[in-house]
Design a protein around this ligand. Sequence first.
Ligand SMILES: [Zn+2]
Length: 444
Amino acid sequence: MLQKIKNVPRKKKALLLTLLFTTFIFTAAFFTLSDPQPVTEIISPVLQEVQKTSQLLTCVQRLVKRGDTIINALKREGIDHQTAYKFFTEVKPVYNLRKIGAGKPYALFFSPDKELLKFRYQLEANRYLEVLKNKPANCFKGKLVTVPYDIKKEVIKGEIETSLFESILDCGEKPELADLLASLYEFDIDFNRDLRKKDSFAIVVEKRYLKGRFTSYGKIQAAEFVNKGKAFRVINYTDPDGKNAYYHPDGRSVKKMFLRCPLPFMRVTSGYGNRRHPVLGFSARHNGVDFAAPSGTRVRTTASGTVIEAGYHRGRGKYIRIRHPNRYISNYYHLSRIAKSIRRGVKVEQSQLIGYVGSTGLSTGPHLHYGLRKSGRFINPLRLKSPTKNPVKKKFLSQFKQYAARHFLVISGSRLVNIPKPVQDVLLSPTPATLQPSNPVGLQ
Ligand SMILES: [Zn+2]
């Protein structure tokens, strides 16, 4: 794109570059809002150079904090209360920012003299609120923008050679897809430790394109993961009441009371997670399972509950104990650090960050000691049959099963295209004649 500019007189060239840059900074900011890719993947290196030298707009990207208001969010960026309030009321006819949702991304664009000129707040995957400052009229003007994505449903299949992360990359996909997949299976499979060579996966996922270029993943619609010969299938389903969740084909929710592992999925290429570091199995004397992991790895609560201890002990090092419903207690030892808000009496949600892996107390290297007790007795967390909640409602079950059957037919159907390398085929039509719900072929 820059080559075209070569023969333009210098002044015009500068102007063009500025324009180009402005377009790009906005596009880039938008992309980062719409997907978790870093900006660097979107702006070409040349334009990054331009960005460094430019004095145009500064972009600040944030996520809405829990319990936050737009006025407080703006004030934290140095905007005075009056302006923040004016912003809120002038945007209100277009969108009521009182409904600002925790965890959603937004971006602010400031002039060099720190004036807020532009604001973007992501509403849905393909829709955002944009607010522009009209300087002459001194007012904020909001509008809702829909991004004209092309959405393609694709089937991505692969086999584990070394790690899930690497297999996903081998399929030509982005790391985010591995994260998405791992989050679907975090109640059943620990992708850091449970994987074996020749495990396989098939994923039906929506991919969003803008002007022919991939921008981000939508939801995984269905997936099958074969781990040690056992197939785990999950499907996304919205029932007629509008409730959307992931289920197993028999209607059970994928969500369980406990996560399989307190550590998050790690993007490693070496494979088999901790196999190189021998992992002590569970024994009653040892009272838990050791997960070897780099110091600083995030530690999550495996189930919702209340912190009953968070402190230091000579043997356990920095440690946390959490009480859960049904007389369960979970322990997390040898942490390098306990997360800020975690102290006795605090309520925590499943998967919440509580601390970081370390080697404090009696420990020979960075690892997490994770223990679980039920009614006072230690149990093996890896063998736990964790209860599931909220299955598909009975009255929707037969409809759900037909829906699931259709999707898994797509997965098993495309298995016929058996090429040694991972296959990716775009689904052209969603329901050809052979995929009628009355035809149960393909369900195993
Ligand atoms: Zn241990």
